[in-house]
Design a protein around this ligand. Structure first.
Ligand code: NAD
Length: 410
């Protein structure tokens, strides 16, 4: 996903709304772009140097908020694109945060746990003055999780005093929130259930495919499976597999967790597939839940699903989006579909601020109505203006961020 791609989605909405060049320009520009060189001592005594980024896009509606990704393909342009998506996402679900994103260009599978800890702590040393509970709050993303958040919180607290609210997605024992680990996948599953109902498709008959059985993909699959849908195709960095009768979802997730390569590949009783065959699977629902930019025009032409729910950030490129919309494929966009994660992160931040913690039932009970309101509002705009859900979601987001930006002024 490139920054240019997100700008195309943004301007698709601003032109329909007629917001004018002044506000459009303010909404496009990232507020701050930090780039750091992170030098660490490797286990063998050599020096490893990695590029790290933290990009704060728009903070008009509250402190900046967004994940931190460790991946070999991270670059400034991609982090810029992802930071901008966070500004729109927080606005769609109406939580009082702006948008940011971070990333380190590293293949974390090549580092030991101690090296990863040194990398995370050194990165925190370099950006600690630019993050904070009321300034910018990182969270987990691809290849980062609770452990990384614990290291950031600990390192940040050495400079600023005990500060659990500096990151979200922390382990429960370290002031994390119940329900946070499952929240993004839960939101993806809920959006899928609502959109399937709108399309008149019975969940008991649904066959679905998921790319990426990591945090988001595994929880979305588990919840959809509990509602009676059949997972028939999956794939990830290690390969693609299918099972026309439907996978044993819990068994497959266990296989990924126990396998040193953390991949679905080699799961007993499955047929080997590939990237092209995966996207062309005969399914009702497709959930991309891995990396951005995977659905280009060529892939879009092969897609047979009637519904795509974007667990990943930026999985669909603008030309592919256009092609799919013209074919009446419904796409529930990332800024709505995967907003359950940041919504629950907001709950975690509120609990950290209040030093008062909620039960899992309370968290899930507050999550669903927020997502449902956002889903209903996006759907209402889409129907009223005869637009696709992505453009409708961008219109809703631009309305909110635009108003806040204009009110705060230059
Ligand atoms: P994760 O690290 O838990 O899982 C990532 C998945 O992507 C893994 O299954 C991995 O095998 C797969 N993958 C990596 N490289 C791949 C490749 N080249 N081809 C195919 N698959 C590949 O990460 P996650 O937290 O589940 O995030 C997945 C997506 O969801 C990302 O786009 C992320 O930005 C987005 N997202 C995550 C959250 C969250 O709360 N974790 C919130 C919103 C959006």
């Amino acid at each position: 996903m490139s920054y240019e791609d997100t700008l195309r989605y943004l301007t698709g909405a601003t032109r329909i709304m007629g917001v004018g060049a002044r506000i459009e320009r303010l909404l496009m520009l990232p507020s701050r772009q930090l780039k750091v060189e992170i030098a660490i001592e490797m286990d063998d005594g050599s020096v490893g140097v990695y590029e790290g980024f933290r990009i704060q896009h728009n903070g008009a509606r509250g402190p900046f908020k967004g994940g931190l990704r460790f991946h070999q393909e991270v670059d400034q342009d991609e982090v810029n694109a992802l930071a901008s998506l966070m500004s729109w996402k927080t606005a769609v679900v109406g939580i009082p945060f702006g948008g940011a994103k971070g990333g380190v260009q590293v293949d974390p599978h090549e580092l030991s746990v101690r090296e990863l800890e040194r990398l995370t702590r050194k990165f925190t040393d370099q950006i600690h003055n630019f993050i904070g509970p009321d300034l910018d709050i990182p969270a987990p993303d691809v290849n980062t999780g609770g452990e990384h958040m614990a290291w950031i919180m600990d390192q940040y607290s050495k400079y600023h005093g005990y500060s659990p609210g500096v990151v979200t997605g922390k382990p429960i024992e370290l002031s994390g929130s119940q329900g946070r680990v499952a929240a993004t996948g839960r939101g993806v599953a809920l959006c899928a259930l609502w959109a399937l109902a709108d399309l008149g498709i019975d969940i008991g008959q649904v066959r679905f495919a998921v790319q990426g059985l990591g945090n988001v993909g595994s929880w979305a699959s588990r919840i959809l499976g509990q509602h009676g849908a059949k997972l028939v195709a999956v794939g990830d960095h290690g390969g693609y597999i299918e099972n026309a009768d439907g996978f044993d979802i819990d068994g497959l997730i266990k296989h990924v967790e126990q396998n040193p390569n953390r991949s679905v590949a080699g799961f007993a009783g499955s047929d080997v597939s590939d990237f092209e065959a995966f996207f062309a699977s005969d399914v009702d629902l497709l959930i991309p839940a891995a990396l951005g930019g995977v659905i280009d025009e060529k892939v879009a032409e092969s897609i047979r699903a009637r519904l795509i729910v974007e667990g990943a950030n930026g999985p669909t490129k603008p030309d592919a989006h256009q092609h799919l919309v013209e074919r009446d494929v419904v796409i529930i966009p990332d800024i709505l579909a995967n907003a359950g994660g940041v919504t629950c992160s907001y709950f975690e931040w509120v609990q950290n601020t209040q030093r008062f913690y909620w039960s899992e039932e309370e968290v899930n009970g507050r999550l669903e109505p927020i997502l449902r309101n956002a889903y209903d509002e996006v759907t209402t705009i889409a129907r009223a203006k005869k637009l696709d859900h992505r453009t409708a979601a961008f219109i809703m987001a631009v309305r909110e961020v635009g108003k806040a930006t204009a009110l705060r002024g230059l």
